[in-house]
Design a protein around this ligand. Structure first.
Ligand SMILES: NC(=O)C1=CN([C@@H]2O[C@H](COP(=O)(O)OP(=O)(O)OC[C@H]3O[C@@H](n4cnc5c(N)ncnc54)[C@H](OP(=O)(O)O)[C@@H]3O)[C@@H](O)[C@H]2O)C=CC1
Ligand SMILES: O=C1O[C@H](COP(=O)(O)O)[C@@H](O)[C@H](O)[C@H]1O
Length: 466
């Protein structure tokens, strides 16, 4: 069946997110789905002719070699509207140009998004209007709740797509398929068998000129409050009956409602650090505090690590450590599941053993399982071996999957309002402890693995030595 036409209003279409991530993802989606028809309307405060806008879209599409009938149709019909989206009359006029169902993508500074939503309260929205909102969603649980209330006055919850591109990753579905389409993993997926779970997203990139946003956010809000808590929720969820939005989002919501800092102690369960001058591979970085636009007094961390507990029957007593940082020695993007030791290894076996360790890599998508086996030669001698499997690249980029959900009005891969509030509730005690300076702000040289004295996570002691 031919999908109905959507008019996609890209509010902030001239911005960085749009050019670098959204437009290429749209080009990729339309190349693969030649039947789909999208009328794209770019919106911004800058004066831009339709031809100049078309050139921007064409350049972004070229980065993914977008081609075919759906791409051609979009390029022929796309237009640009100069409008201040905080102005009610401008929004009403904009929406009158809708063909099919409108989707409003707020690729705007967050404060402008809030103002635009307020202005939209005075506008009669066309039937079926879909909203897509970027992170950060609010600045704390109170502002997230206020924005949710505002959105609820505009469109039903299932037509609000709070975008988290980590949920667009095929990794999420890979995780569900791996765990629930096999008999052998799900029965072990609990506190009885799992000792700890580490979710690590270490980046080599530094600030990359994003001080305006990042210096107020920091690693905890930028990566853990949003993306890594969503990964935790997918990892730890109860088995959903279907992959439908309602089942997935209920299951994630239950996990996050049960989550809090380890032992309720935000000080002991968290660490923070910021990078000093150094180099990552051959690229030199100045000290974070010397980056343009950074205010050292804000004490912004570029590396955050928090240990959380999920207080339910399945996970009681299992620490979940989430870590993410910038300008680190190596790129590490993985979930590391360490199983408890075997109850009893028959006396007579010797050699190096260790717990079973499952690694689910977030990008590129693959997995490995390290176990003990009898190696070659002496059959008494146990050795470690690792099985590996590649999940292969997903059909689309993460933003491609996000956009498909928005255009199909399927919110399965977006963050539900209550979950967005819960994510703030989880990190708020930690943010308060950091603001009060109850946790030291450590330092690490750019290009190092992190501050001296921090225990490496997701690595067995014997792997550290080796
Ligand atoms: N860039 C990224 O990698 C990522 C960004 N995000 C989020 O996406 C959102 C957008 O980010 P980004 O693209 O980087 O920001 P930019 O500053 O690059 O772009 C913002 C756009 O908003 C437009 N704009 C601002 N005010 C108005 C207004 N009143 N009316 C109409 N248009 C307006 C600007 O228009 P004009 O150009 O005409 O001035 C500009 O094109 C933010 O919420 C950010 O947190 C999330 C993940 C990654
Ligand atoms: O949202 C963000 O994500 C990126 C990391 O995601 P990736 O898909 O680009 O690896 C992070 O660098 C950025 O700081 C953060 O805002």
């Amino acid at each position: 069946m031919t999908p109905p036409t959507t008019t996609l209003f890209l509010l902030g279409g001239g911005g960085d997110l749009s050019a670098r991530l959204l437009l290429p993802a749209l080009g990729q989606l339309l190349t693969s789905q030649s039947e789909r028809r999208v009328r794209l309307v770019g919106v911004g405060v800058e004066e831009l002719t339709d031809a100049a806008w078309r050139a921007i879209v064409t350049t972004s599409f070229a980065t993914v070699e977008a081609a075919g009938p759906a791409v051609e149709a979009l390029l022929t019909s796309t237009t640009f509207r100069r409008a201040d989206v905080t102005d009610t009359a401008a929004l009403a006029e904009l929406l009158s140009a809708t063909e099919g169902t409108p989707a409003l993508y707020f690729a705007l500074p967050p404060a402008v998004t809030v103002q635009a939503c307020a202005a939209l309260e005075e506008v009669e929205l066309p039937e079926g209007t879909v909203f897509a909102l970027e992170k950060p969603f609010g600045t704390d649980s109170g502002s997230a709740a206020a924005l949710n209330a505002q959105l609820a006055r505009l469109v039903p919850e299932n037509r609000v797509h709070r975008v988290d591109h980590f949920l667009g990753r095929s990794t999420v579905f890979n995780l569900l398929g791996f765990r629930f389409a096999n008999r052998i993993f799900e029965p072990l997926w609990n506190a009885e068998h799992i000792e700890r779970v580490d979710i690590v997203y270490d980046e080599q990139l530094g600030l990359e000129g994003r001080a305006g946003y990042y210096d107020r956010a920091g690693a905890l809000v930028d990566m853990i409050q949003s993306h890594l808590l969503q990964v935790l929720a997918v990892f730890a969820m109860e088995p959903p009956a279907t992959l439908d939005a309602a089942d997935l989002r209920d299951a994630k919501g239950l996990v996050l409602r049960a989550t809090r800092p380890w032992a309720g102690d935000p000080v002991a369960s968290s660490s923070r650090a910021r990078y000093t001058a150094g180099s990552v591979d051959d690229r030199a970085y100045p000290s974070y505090v010397d980056e343009e636009g950074v205010h050292p007094d804000r004490q912004t961390e570029t590396l955050a690590e928090v240990t959380l507990e999920v207080n339910n029957w399945r996970w009681a007593g299992v620490p979940f450590t989430l870590r993410s940082g910038k300008a680190l020695a190596a790129r590490r993007r993985e979930i590391v599941v360490r199983f408890k030791p075997a109850n009893h290894i028959p006396i007579g076996f010797e050699g190096k053993t260790g717990p079973t360790v499952l690694r689910l890599f977030l990008a590129p998508d693959k997995m490995s399982l390290s176990i003990n086996i009898n190696g070659p030669a002496d059959p008494h001698d146990l050795e470690r071996t690792t099985f590996e499997a590649d999940f292969g690249p997903g059909q689309f980029s993460a933003y491609g999957e996000v956009l498909e959900g928005i255009l199909d009005d399927d919110p399965a891969l977006s963050v539900r309002g209550d979950t967005a509030e819960q994510s703030w509730r989880i990190v708020e005690p930690i943010l308060a402890a950091w603001r009060a300076n109850d946790v030291a702000l450590d330092e690490y040289a750019a290009g190092s693995p992190g501050p001296d004295g921090w225990e490496p996570i997701g690595v067995l002691p014997q792997e550290r030595e080796g």
